[in-house]
Ligand binder design. Structure first.
Ligand code: GAR
Length: 212
């Protein structure tokens, strides 16, 4: 159960973190990277790593469900067990989630349930928080509302620009996502309602903290 498809709309640094982890013994097998954007940097990163990279653009005629069905059709060929949303800037519908029940993970650049939706880092900066971070969670039909697997905390410094804070969060994301995906593909996650139980090994934790 380690065949993973990654969906990304942007530059793909989280994808790169997964690629790098796999290159050094991570148990996931990245079998396809899909994007809604032809020019997504993530596609280039996939190709450079020898992973099939596919574009599934949304057509004008498609509503969200129709688009998600076309995405599912495109992914089926790769027989994936897990889907990682890694900067995929679309809300997935039940048409997508039903094809991969309890098998879709997302990374969000905020400490959920604070600051869901777009630009979580900017929202945190604007609110004036003292800690910020990232969350890996199961995806449900809401916006960033699914059961939480792991969170990583970073300081929000008073002289931070939004970009400085976002960069600190991103570094944390790159630690967090490979860790959570490892638990997923190793069958170490059990979901009961909102609670995710992780079968942790010595030294592991569902909460990461930035060194500074
Ligand atoms: C990441 O910060 C990720 O958490 C965020 O998009 C960025 C993608 O960066 N995702 C969301 O905001 C989803 N709501 P990347 O393309 O370099 O991985």
């Amino acid at each position: 159960m380690n065949r993973v498809g990654v969906l990304a709309s942007g530059g793909g640094t989280n994808l790169q973190a997964l690629i790098d982890a796999v290159a050094t013994g991570h148990p996931a097998k990245l079998v396809v990277v899909a994007s809604d954007k032809r020019d997504a940097g993530a596609l280039e990163r996939a190709r450079a790593a020898g992973i099939p990279a596919i574009v599934v653009p949304k057509t004008k005629a498609q509503d969200r469900e129709a688009y998600d069905r076309s995405l599912v059709d495109a992914l089926r060929a790769y027989a994936i067990d897990w889907v990682c949303l890694a900067g995929f800037m679309r809300i997935v519908t039940p048409a997508f989630l039903g094809a991969f029940p309890n098998r879709v993970l997302n990374i969000h650049p905020a400490l959920l349930p604070a600051f869901p939706g777009l630009h979580g880092q900017q929202q945190a900066h604007d609110y004036g928080v003292r800690v910020a971070g990232a969350t890996v969670h199961f995806v449900d039909a809401g916006t960033d509302t699914g059961p939480i697997i792991a969170q990583g905390v970073v300081p929000a410094l008073q002289d931070d620009t939004p970009d400085a804070l976002a960069a600190r969060i991103l570094t944390m994301e790159h630690r967090l996502y490979p860790m959570a995906l490892r638990w997923a593909v190793e069958g170490r996650l059990r979901v009961e309602g909102r609670q995710v139980h992780v079968d942790l090994r010595p030294g592991e934790s569902t909460a990461l903290f930035s060194p500074g």
